[in-house]
Write a protein that binds this ligand. Sequence first.
Ligand code: C2E
Ligand code: CA
Ligand code: CA
Length: 271
Amino acid sequence: MPPDVISQLKLESDVLAGLERNEFSMVYQPVVRLADRAVTGVEALMRWDHPVSGHIAPERFIRLAENMDSIGRLTEHAIAETCGMLQRLRTQLPQDKPFNASVNISGHDLCRDGFVDFVAFTLDRHALAPDMLRLEVTETVLVQEPDISDQNLRRLRSLGCGIAVDDFGTGYSNLAYLKTLPLTALKIDRTFAGDACSSAISRSIIRMLVGLGAELGVEIIAEGLETADCATTIAQLGCSFAQGYHFYKPLLEQDLSALVLHGDESNQHVA
Ligand code: C2E
Ligand code: CA
Ligand code: CA
């Protein structure tokens, strides 16, 4: 057997064993409203603490898992954990404070029978308003799988979940097609947002994307902001929401709760 097939098989069995042993956990990176820096939601990001290899970056295991059936199990784990966190937080938040959490999903999830039913079941099990959950799909997936994406995105949207297009600006999507999708948010990729203060081209692209967001009636979220200058520039370009190390790194649930409930920024265990 070729070595890459062996390592794929090993990864598959490691992922399944890791799910049994509870090695996968979620951390939550706050999304802020630029006008007042209020935390309006989070992006859920997966972490794998492997017993032999230690911390494995999601970019590595997610990409490999996408070639195997185990991506479905990982996505279900991410959605279940995130809904559990939302349920615990919701009981403590004022009823009128809007808050949402985004979970990253892959093209395979969108094509899978039963995925939408799993989302509906999990929201129901945690007694959550569906608009507290957003699903993030990369622009590339939308471009590659337009028919299936379209059907299942509509079903998810009719459940009441939000849909965000991730890494927007990198996938060459057909804008006429985008207009037909039931979207909630576009997330501007960090290659543009991250260098907005130093690159005139990035600023022009962001200005264009902000205009597009307004036309489509969706939120625009800038990703990967690392400096105060970039945050100021992004706000001046008309972007309303942002995410990045300048504001917050991904946090453990306990630190997110302290931040959202008490504005407590001390003692955060960055994850
Ligand atoms: P992404 O969806 O684009 O997530 C944002 C990534 O950028 C995260 O990396 C986050 O920690 C990082 N980031 C946030 N702010 C900054 C910043 O200011 N500067 C820089 N340089 N990076 C920043 P992370 O957690 O390593 O995740 C990497 C990718 O792995 C994600 O990119 C996403 O594509 C994938 N991923 C992570 N968790 C999941 C998951 O549960 N399911 C799926 N399908 N994919 C996931
Ligand atoms: Ca994402
Ligand atoms: Ca992204």
